[in-house]
Design a protein around this ligand. Structure first.
Ligand code: PMP
Length: 989
């Protein structure tokens, strides 16, 4: 009889009262009991008189003292190694024994009381963030390290179904219970692979006593104050046994990580990385790990089949079977060689150990042989990288565009990140890194084997040859974009024609030629891989030019972002910060997307400067044309400055008529201050708390936003901040119809107080939608009332439209219009030149005249002919493409969609803003409004991984600011909301 072919064991059936008596007599307290589930035993949660929890475990009658003692000693060993290691502790009975014995209905049961480990089951966590995977690895590594020197006489004698040492036997015994022949075949595939690749290495594997059952049902987690889950416990030592040490890593990968994983290999590698940090893995362990994962899943699936045979109606097991088979199929799709390389890389080892030998043979032999794969190779090296000039105006997005961009007879580079293989609005990384060399040539051109080999793979567009030039040296060459001229499994001679170039695919006719040390696939090898898999695949893919020997050809240059960060720190000021912990290297902008050097497309949701879309052809052309014609300063008379000023003035209400051109938003605000001061002959300025207006000395003094200046709240005698009229956070809420008037009243009181002290203000300076504060919209009547008070007190009203102007808010062209006011001075910047450094100040003739009486005004760059042409092109495009209308419709759609997430995700406290200037304010508590600062930072980082750029803003950095180019679409909004929903689910409490 097979030792694993167990029947269902009857759990003990103690009544609550019996169990209570048992606790009282053995442990000396009267407990409050709550029954807990168990497959074969009977467990209770016991609470003592002081409210402390314990676990009462009554073993089934078949359990032996030895096996329980093994568990107890393992737990005690861990506690001795690390007092706070979060596993249960054993509570001795009153008589000092760790295991008590009770009799019931003629059967004897072993009883233990354990401490209670708080936490939630990891299985209940909907999504595991990537950091948690490394943390699980470290946890298992620590456990393994602690148990490494643990011994117990019984550990070697135990025979259990879940021990990897018996895995093949278990599978063999239970395989007949698997009904579906396809499933059986899948299992046999893993068994075959295990026998061939892992079994020979088994003698080299380390052994130790392992917990052996680190699953998501035995791992416990708790969340920190930011919602981040952390492993805080491990329970159930029931499978403790002396076995392969690597089991302690293999079990959690399949049983806690691969369920719900979208990127199983990357996720598994994270666990390996964490484990290796604490308990370094050996090369044989890394070589067998993939096979251990497979074989464990086979044990699980066959055991479930056996269980179902005993209990066919068990729906719970049926569901498990479906889930576990899916994991098995997912594993099957990963090639063991690739997995091994990924695991080796996670441990800092060269991913493919064969690389050196293959490339050494190729480089030594290249001089002695005349190798060629195609008779005529062109000499033009093409640049198809993200930043290449061949890519213009989105031509990489269409097949025709791409075909037209590529010169005939060119050569495409190895290790190049290629733009045409990328698509925006995709949460997954695109496969853009080119592992071959492309030789563009006419369809029908013959392709030859460079040296002898065997045809090991063909499909309608590719051939793979295997070469074994020396007894222990094998590698592969791959030819794609071709039609095969040879049959599978046949030998080919060097110089023999093996294929002809066809014209199918994204690019014009070409041969894609690639070398592989190992054939990491059961079918075709990929010609392109993702940037994060680049190091692994490069270790398998020597430069094909080792065979081609094209003199002018170098691999595409690739400088990792870390190098750029280092260089940036060396020469640029550290005070000039940059986005993200691991910043992407941005190379290209197009419409509402940014592309990094790897070709990843990011939905740009923060660039309100690129208002009408990045690299808009109209702007590019306007700047190019005028730059070639004339650029000079405004002391000369030229038309464009006048025509442009007229066009801007027309967009303003009366009496705003006089236009000053400057270069930045800060400069505009600086000039606005000078105008106000000249006109009123006063110096003081009133601002709204939390706002930012720029970086000149004078403007910096009026900033009250902590974002760019930690000293922004330090009082300055001539600056008078008033409370932000924020109906989410402030004293008067959204449900108070008088809120605007009440906040305005505070302005009045401040003005009165100033007057009493003999002071007046030159200006009241604000945005009409509070940008730096996260798009906070002002309550009704606020600005109108405030403007009245300010003017009464002799001040002028300045509206800073640098962030929010030019149609962004949708309902109006200027944000101040939404408050029904006419300012005395309006400043504008950012979107005005769509990225070109241009800005403007528009004021009344009276104020301009007061300024003239004091000074003349000259600005070298402000209003130069190039800037004016650019500015006019921006106005044209906003109008012709009806972008204000787009901002209105897409903006309200987006705002509504985010608001619709609020019932599901308590972290969203409010959605501020108008049109396409929005702010998602994140709070830990709706009542206290405690800002969710760390959560916001984490969401921004996770969004980046999904291909979306949003960033926290506000004094507490807890508001995700949303201010994309206003060509933003409804599809973009859907993509953003879907990703936000997904990411928030990771940190929902
Ligand atoms: N005003 C506001 C409201 C701003 O947000 C900024 C920049 N963030 C500025 C003025 C300053 O503009 P610039 O950086 O072009 O000098």
């Amino acid at each position: 009889m097979n030792p694993f072919n167990q029947q269902l064991i009857q759990s003990p059936q103690f009544s609550k009262a019996e169990a209570e008596n048992l606790v009282e007599s053995f442990y000396g307290f009267r407990p409050t009991l709550k029954p807990l589930g168990s497959f074969q035993d009977q467990n209770f949660r016991a609470m003592d008189e002081n409210g402390r929890f314990f676990i009462l475990k009554i073993a089934n009658s078949a359990a032996t003292w030895d096996e329980l003692d093994l568990q107890n000693q393992a737990m005690s060993h861990l506690a001795a190694k690390e007092t706070s290691f979060p596993t249960p502790r054993i509570i001795p009975a009153l008589n000092g024994q760790q295991i008590a014995t009770v009799e019931r209905e003629g059967q004897s049961h072993l009883v233990r009381l354990l401490t209670y480990v708080p936490g939630q089951l990891l299985a209940d966590l909907p999504v595991l963030p990537p950091e948690s995977m490394t943390e699980i690895g470290r946890f298992c590594g620590t456990l393994t390290k602690h148990l490494a020197d643990f011994t117990h006489p019984f550990a070697n004698q135990r025979i259990i179904q879940w021990d990897f040492q018996h895995a093949l036997q278990v599978i063999q015994a239970f395989l007949p219970y698997v009904a579906d022949p396809e499933d059986r075949q899948l299992i046999q595939h893993f068994v075959g692979q295990f026998e061939a690749a892992a079994a020979p290495l088994l003698p080299q594997l380390r052994k130790s006593i392992v917990h052996g059952d680190i699953t998501s049902y035995n791992l416990l987690y708790s969340r920190d104050e930011t919602g981040q889950p952390h492993i805080t416990g491990l329970v159930d030592f029931g499978d403790t046994v002396h076995s392969y040490t690597i089991a302690e890593l293999a079990v959690p990968i399949v049983e806690a990580i691969l369920k719900n994983s979208r990127q199983p290999l990357a996720d598994a590698a994270r666990v390996v990385e964490g484990f290796h940090q604490i308990y370094p893995l050996t090369e044989p362990e890394l070589a067998v790990l993939y096979h251990f994962l497979g074989i464990r899943m086979c044990v699980v699936v066959t055991s479930e089949a056996q269980q179902l045979s005993l209990d066919p109606g068990n729906q719970y097991v049926q569901e498990l079977v479906a889930q576990d088979k899916a994991i098995l199929r997912q594993l099957r799709s990963i090639h063991p060689g690739l997995a091994q390389a990924a695991f080796r890389q996670a441990c800092g080892l060269p991913p493919n150990p064969c690389y050196t030998a293959v490339s050494a043979w190729l480089s030594q032999s290249v001089n002695s042989k005349q190798w060629s794969v195609i008779s005529e190779v062109g000499t033009t090296v093409l640049d198809l990288s993200v930043g290449s000039d061949v890519w213009q105006n989105g031509n990489w997005e269409t097949v025709d565009g791409v075909k037209q961009a590529i010169t005939a007879g060119g050569i495409g580079r190895f290790n190049e990140a290629r733009l045409p293989y990328t698509r925006p609005n995709q949460p997954d990384e695109p496969a853009t890194i080119h592992l071959g060399i492309d030789i563009f040539a006419k369809a029908g051109t013959a392709v030859f084997a460079p040296f002898p080999g065997t045809v090991v793979y063909t499909n309608p567009y590719a051939v793979i040859l295997q070469h074994t030039p020396a007894p222990d040296l094998t590698f592969y060459t791959r030819y794609a974009g071709v039609e095969t001229a040879v049959s599978l499994h046949t030998p080919v001679a060097g110089g023999q024609q093996i294929a002809t170039i066809t014209g199918t695919g994204t690019l014009p006719p070409h041969l894609h030629f690639q070398i592989a040390c190992d054939w990491w696939s059961e079918a075709d090898l990929p010609g392109l891989v993702t940037a994060s898999q680049r190091p692994i695949w490069l270790s398998n893919s020597p430069d094909p030019n080792l065979i081609l020997g094209i003199p002018a050809l170098q691999p595409a240059p690739h400088t990792p972002w870390q190098t750029w960060v280092e260089r940036r720190f060396r020469t640029l000021p550290r005070s000039q910060e940059f986005y993200y912990q691991e910043p992407m290297q941005i190379v290209r902008g197009w419409r509402q997307y940014l592309y990094d050097a790897n070709g990843r497309a990011y939905l740009d949701m923060i660039n309100n400067v690129a208002h009408i879309g990045h690299s808009h052809p109209r702007i590019v052309e306007a700047a190019r044309r005028q730059m070639a014609l004339l650029n000079t300063n405004s002391r000369f008379l030229y038309d464009s400055m006048i025509v442009y000023a007229e066009r801007l003035a027309v967009l303003m209400p009366e009496p705003l008529k006089v236009v000053f051109f400057v270069c930045t938003g800060s400069e505009a605000n600086d000039l606005a201050l000078r105008l106000a001061r000249a006109y009123t002959r006063q110096h003081d300025v009133m601002v709204i708390d939390g706002e930012y207006h720029g970086n000149t000395t004078a403007v910096d003094e009026i900033n009250t936003s902590l974002l760019d200046n930690p000293a922004a709240k330090v009082p300055r005698p001539h600056v008078h901040p008033v409370t932000q009229p924020n109906v989410f956070r402030g004293r008067y809420g959204a449900n108070d119809p008088q809120a605007g008037l009440k906040y305005a009243q505070e302005v009045k009181e401040t003005l009165d107080r100033l007057q009493e002290n003999g002071r007046s203000i030159a200006a009241f300076f604000t945005e009409a939608l509070l940008g730096a504060s996260g798009g906070v919209d002002l309550p009704a009547h606020y600005l109108k009332t405030v403007y009245g008070y300010v003017r009464q007190a002799g001040g002028v009203c300045i509206s800073d439209e640098v962030q929010v102007g030019f149609g962004r808010i949708g309902t109006h062209f200027w944000a101040f219009e939404s408050q029904g006011v006419v300012p005395d001075i309006v400043t504008m910047g950012k979107p005005i030149g769509n990225g070109h450094p241009l800005s403007a100040v528009i004021t009344t003739p009276d104020i301009a005249e007061a300024f003239r009486r004091k000074t003349t005004y000259f600005n070298t760059f402000g209003g130069n002919p190039v800037s004016c042409e650019v500015g006019m092109a921006v106005l044209d495009v906003i109008e012709q493409e009806q972008l204000q209308n787009n901002a209105l419709h897409v903006g309200s759609y987006l705002k509504n969609s985010i608001q619709a997430l609020m019932p599901k995700h308590a972290l969203i406290g409010a959605v501020h803003g108008l049109g396409l200037y929005l702010g998602v304010e994140l709070v830990r508590d709706h009542h206290t409004k405690q800002p969710a600062t760390q959560e916001a930072a984490r969401i921004a980082e996770r969004m980046k991984e999904k291909g979306i750029i949003v960033y926290p803003t506000g004094d507490y950095y807890n508001i995700l600011k949303i201010k994309p180019p206003i060509v933003f679409t409804q599809d973009n909004a859907d993509f953003f909301v879907q990703m936000l929903d997904q990411i928030l689910s990771e940190i929902d409490k």
